[in-house]
Design a protein around this ligand. Structure first.
Ligand code: ZN
Length: 154
Protein backbone atom coordinates (compact mmCIF):
# COMPACT_ATOMS: atom_id res chain seq x y z
CA UNK A 1 0.00 0.00 0.00
CA UNK A 2 2.87 2.32 -0.65
CA UNK A 3 2.89 5.08 -3.21
CA UNK A 4 0.12 7.02 -4.79
CA UNK A 5 -2.38 4.25 -5.48
CA UNK A 6 -3.53 3.03 -2.11
CA UNK A 7 -5.13 -0.03 -3.62
CA UNK A 8 -1.77 -1.50 -4.55
CA UNK A 9 -0.13 -3.57 -1.89
CA UNK A 10 3.60 -3.90 -1.63
CA UNK A 11 3.28 -7.33 -3.16
CA UNK A 12 1.95 -5.72 -6.30
CA UNK A 13 -1.66 -6.89 -6.14
CA UNK A 14 -4.33 -4.28 -6.35
CA UNK A 15 -7.37 -4.94 -4.22
CA UNK A 16 -9.43 -5.24 -7.38
CA UNK A 17 -7.14 -7.81 -8.92
CA UNK A 18 -7.04 -9.74 -5.69
CA UNK A 19 -10.79 -9.91 -5.42
CA UNK A 20 -11.01 -11.19 -8.97
CA UNK A 21 -8.21 -13.69 -8.82
CA UNK A 22 -8.59 -15.36 -5.45
CA UNK A 23 -11.30 -17.43 -3.91
CA UNK A 24 -12.86 -16.06 -0.75
CA UNK A 25 -10.67 -18.22 1.54
CA UNK A 26 -7.48 -17.50 -0.31
CA UNK A 27 -8.39 -13.84 -0.50
CA UNK A 28 -8.74 -13.62 3.23
CA UNK A 29 -5.32 -15.22 3.75
CA UNK A 30 -3.72 -12.91 1.21
CA UNK A 31 -5.39 -9.89 2.78
CA UNK A 32 -4.10 -10.63 6.22
CA UNK A 33 -0.59 -11.09 4.83
CA UNK A 34 -0.79 -7.75 3.06
CA UNK A 35 -2.31 -6.12 6.07
CA UNK A 36 0.46 -7.10 8.43
CA UNK A 37 3.20 -6.35 5.94
CA UNK A 38 1.69 -2.94 5.09
CA UNK A 39 1.36 -2.07 8.74
CA UNK A 40 4.87 -3.17 9.48
CA UNK A 41 6.41 -0.93 6.84
CA UNK A 42 4.49 2.11 8.02
CA UNK A 43 5.25 1.31 11.65
CA UNK A 44 8.95 1.04 10.94
CA UNK A 45 8.81 4.40 9.20
CA UNK A 46 7.33 5.89 12.36
CA UNK A 47 9.96 4.17 14.53
CA UNK A 48 12.70 5.81 12.45
CA UNK A 49 11.00 9.20 12.53
CA UNK A 50 10.49 9.10 16.29
CA UNK A 51 14.10 8.12 16.86
CA UNK A 52 15.32 10.96 14.66
CA UNK A 53 13.02 13.38 16.43
CA UNK A 54 14.16 12.22 19.85
CA UNK A 55 10.71 11.07 20.94
CA UNK A 56 11.19 8.47 23.65
CA UNK A 57 9.19 6.40 26.09
CA UNK A 58 7.27 4.34 23.56
CA UNK A 59 6.90 0.57 23.34
CA UNK A 60 5.79 -1.71 20.55
CA UNK A 61 3.99 -5.05 20.71
CA UNK A 62 1.49 -3.98 23.33
CA UNK A 63 -1.18 -6.51 24.15
CA UNK A 64 -3.70 -3.87 25.08
CA UNK A 65 -7.15 -3.90 23.56
CA UNK A 66 -6.88 -3.51 19.78
CA UNK A 67 -3.10 -4.09 19.88
CA UNK A 68 -1.98 -0.46 19.48
CA UNK A 69 1.07 -0.09 17.23
CA UNK A 70 2.78 2.04 19.89
CA UNK A 71 2.08 2.80 23.50
CA UNK A 72 3.59 5.43 25.76
CA UNK A 73 2.98 3.75 29.13
CA UNK A 74 3.90 6.70 31.34
CA UNK A 75 1.63 9.07 29.46
CA UNK A 76 -1.02 6.39 28.88
CA UNK A 77 -1.15 7.22 25.19
CA UNK A 78 -1.95 4.53 22.63
CA UNK A 79 -0.99 5.24 19.01
CA UNK A 80 -2.40 3.42 16.01
CA UNK A 81 -1.14 3.73 12.47
CA UNK A 82 -4.15 3.05 10.28
CA UNK A 83 -3.75 1.91 6.69
CA UNK A 84 -5.62 4.30 4.39
CA UNK A 85 -7.27 1.54 2.40
CA UNK A 86 -8.20 -0.84 5.20
CA UNK A 87 -9.53 1.83 7.51
CA UNK A 88 -11.32 3.81 4.81
CA UNK A 89 -9.37 7.08 4.91
CA UNK A 90 -11.65 9.83 3.59
CA UNK A 91 -8.75 11.40 1.79
CA UNK A 92 -7.19 8.32 0.15
CA UNK A 93 -9.76 5.55 0.03
CA UNK A 94 -10.88 4.70 -3.42
CA UNK A 95 -13.69 2.20 -3.70
CA UNK A 96 -12.75 -0.88 -5.74
CA UNK A 97 -14.83 -1.24 -8.87
CA UNK A 98 -15.62 -4.91 -8.42
CA UNK A 99 -16.95 -6.85 -5.43
CA UNK A 100 -18.16 -3.60 -3.92
CA UNK A 101 -20.44 -5.23 -1.39
CA UNK A 102 -17.52 -7.29 -0.09
CA UNK A 103 -15.22 -4.29 0.26
CA UNK A 104 -17.87 -1.97 1.67
CA UNK A 105 -18.60 -4.55 4.32
CA UNK A 106 -14.92 -5.12 5.07
CA UNK A 107 -14.09 -1.44 5.49
CA UNK A 108 -17.27 -0.75 7.48
CA UNK A 109 -16.41 -3.59 9.87
CA UNK A 110 -12.86 -2.32 10.28
CA UNK A 111 -14.09 1.16 11.11
CA UNK A 112 -16.66 -0.14 13.56
CA UNK A 113 -13.95 -2.19 15.27
CA UNK A 114 -11.70 0.91 15.49
CA UNK A 115 -14.48 2.78 17.29
CA UNK A 116 -15.07 -0.10 19.69
CA UNK A 117 -11.36 -0.33 20.46
CA UNK A 118 -11.11 3.44 21.04
CA UNK A 119 -14.03 3.36 23.46
CA UNK A 120 -12.59 0.41 25.39
CA UNK A 121 -9.16 1.98 25.67
CA UNK A 122 -10.61 5.28 26.86
CA UNK A 123 -12.64 3.36 29.37
CA UNK A 124 -9.39 1.82 30.62
CA UNK A 125 -7.92 5.30 31.08
CA UNK A 126 -5.88 5.46 27.88
CA UNK A 127 -5.80 8.29 25.39
CA UNK A 128 -5.90 7.25 21.77
CA UNK A 129 -4.18 8.84 18.80
CA UNK A 130 -4.84 7.47 15.32
CA UNK A 131 -2.45 8.41 12.55
CA UNK A 132 -3.16 7.72 8.90
CA UNK A 133 -0.66 5.86 6.81
CA UNK A 134 -0.58 8.88 4.45
CA UNK A 135 0.54 11.11 7.33
CA UNK A 136 3.77 9.15 7.54
CA UNK A 137 4.78 9.52 3.92
CA UNK A 138 8.03 11.38 3.54
CA UNK A 139 7.36 15.09 3.92
CA UNK A 140 4.31 14.64 6.08
CA UNK A 141 5.98 12.65 8.85
CA UNK A 142 6.80 15.92 10.61
CA UNK A 143 3.12 16.69 11.07
CA UNK A 144 2.47 13.23 12.49
CA UNK A 145 5.35 13.66 14.93
CA UNK A 146 3.92 16.99 16.02
CA UNK A 147 0.56 15.36 16.65
CA UNK A 148 2.30 12.81 18.89
CA UNK A 149 4.26 15.53 20.69
CA UNK A 150 1.14 17.59 21.34
CA UNK A 151 -0.67 14.59 22.80
CA UNK A 152 2.31 13.70 24.98
CA UNK A 153 2.51 17.26 26.30
CA UNK A 154 -1.08 17.26 27.54
ZN1 ZN B 1 -5.03 8.47 3.79
Amino acid sequence: MAGGDVRHSRQGFSAVEMADVFSREKRSAVMSAIRSSGNKTTELRLVRSMRLAGITGWRRGSRLEGRPDFVFPSEKLAVFVDGCFWHGCSRCYSRPKTNQAFWDDKIRNNRARDSRVDRKLKHLGWRVLRLWEHELRNKRAGFALNRIRRRLAR
